[in-house]
Design a protein around this ligand. Structure first.
Ligand code: ADP
Ligand code: MG
Length: 360
């Protein structure tokens, strides 16, 4: 990096997880882990008296203390009527998002031992002007000089190195924790353009967790004969969701995952294998394919629905079922590379390129 040129960081301000990256002296994009040594930080904010806690600690109690915890604030971005009230204070979506940004930026500053001033922040391709303005504002509230608001699928394509390559059309299949976004992008003369975008703002990995939770509750009732519903107890519900997400990740690596349900003095042990997991979540996977076909129909109406490549973005695309079903549907092997870090990395690469062009 040349003297006087400011390092621009890339920030993926996600619905369920956020990440920050920069480009190192070798031109490689690198994610900066948070103070808990994790590469991505839950976008969950806990108001605890005078302090605001962001990340895993907040996430761990989200269902026990819903009045103090804010999750998925991104879904309210740009909504002037949304406020979170706590302790006589009102927080707008920008305010809440600025706490998430402060956490990822502050932790990265500690890890790197440098001050972070400039950032490119990403947002979904479907965000309109008010949502983008709110995103930029969150950055400013966090003390950042927001150099650009970049579309997530574009950032991902940059991280995959597609901008450098030949002209082509790419399907970006992004399954995160809270949303499913499917976008057709066109790369022409090293410029990326969003052709068409679709998806569902409620369909994400959390619903796969929920399907596991439902299955566990059913197994608990069968095994114990207990009449009262374990899901009515916020502590149990909270614990089951945390176990479900952990178990879902285990099922990405292994064929089986163990769970334990404790409620009303009774306990059930449940072992879930990948086949059963895929069965209880099949309707969700079907829905992503249906939405992909709908988006392609839109693309066809605009002129062309052919694509050369599929890239996977979002942590939930690590589930083997995603790759398997896409291959079965399109007869094309999707490319996958650090799917939950690609957006932050691409934003950092974009930031570097822009700053070189501007010379500031
Ligand atoms: P965002 O929703 O903020 O875009 P991410 O792209 O980080 O977030 O995706 C988060 C989702 O990915 C969560 O539902 C998480 O449980 C899921 N996920 C992360 N790693 C894995 C894995 N190894 N296997 C299955 N799901 C995963
Ligand atoms: Mg995302």
């Amino acid at each position: 990096m040349s003297e006087g040129l400011k390092r621009v960081f890339g920030i993926d301000l996600g619905t369920t997880y956020s990440a920050i990256a920069y480009v190192d002296e070798h031109g490689k994009s690198v994610v900066v882990p948070n103070q808990e040594s994790e590469r991505i930080t839950p976008s969950v904010v806990l108001f605890d008296g005078d302090s605001v806690i962001v990340g895993n600690t907040a996430k761990e109690s989200s269902k026990i203390e819903p009045h103090r915890v804010v999750s998925r604030i991104k879904q309210h971005m740009g909504d002037p009527n949304f406020v979170f009230e706590h302790d006589g204070q009102s927080y707008s979506p920008e305010d809440v998002s600025s706490f998430i940004l402060r956490k990822v930026v502050g932790d990265a500053e500690l890890a790197l031992g440098e001050k972070i001033t400039d950032a490119v922040v990403t947002c979904p391709a479907y965000f309109g002007a008010p949502e983008r303005e709110a995103t930029a504002n969150a950055g400013r509230l966090a003390g950042l000089n927001v150099r650009a608001i970049l579309n997530e699928p574009t950032a991902a394509a940059i991280a995959y190195g597609l901008e450098q390559g030949e002209d082509q059309t790419v399907l970006v299949y992004d399954l995160g924790g809270g949303t499913f976004d499917v976008t057709m992008i066109e790369i022409k003369d090293r410029l990326i353009r969003v052709v068409c975008t679709g998806g569902d703002h409620r369909l994400g990995g959390t619903l796969w967790d929920e399907a596991i939770v439902m299955h566990l509750a059913e197994q608990f009732r069968e095994q114990t004969g207990e009449e009262s519903d374990p899901l009515d107890d916020p502590e149990v519900l909270n614990d089951l969701f945390l176990q479900a997400e952990r178990g879902k990740k285990t099922l990405t690596q292994r064929d089986k995952a163990p769970f334990r349900v404790t409620h009303a003095g009774k306990q059930a042990r449940v072992e879930l294998d990948r086949a059963k997991f895929e069965e209880v979540t099949r309707h969700l996977m079907d829905r992503t394919l249906e939405l992909t076909r709908e988006m392609l129909a839109d693309a066809r109406a605009k002129g062309d629905d052919r694509f050369d490549k599929i890239i996977l973005v979002g942590g939930a695309t690590r589930m083997p079922q995603v790759r398997d079903r896409l291959v079965a549907e399109f007869n094309l092997e999707p490319e996958t590379f650090d799917p939950d870090e690609a957006v932050a990395k691409g934003a950092a690469l974009f930031g570097l390129k822009e700053s070189l062009q501007e010379g500031v």
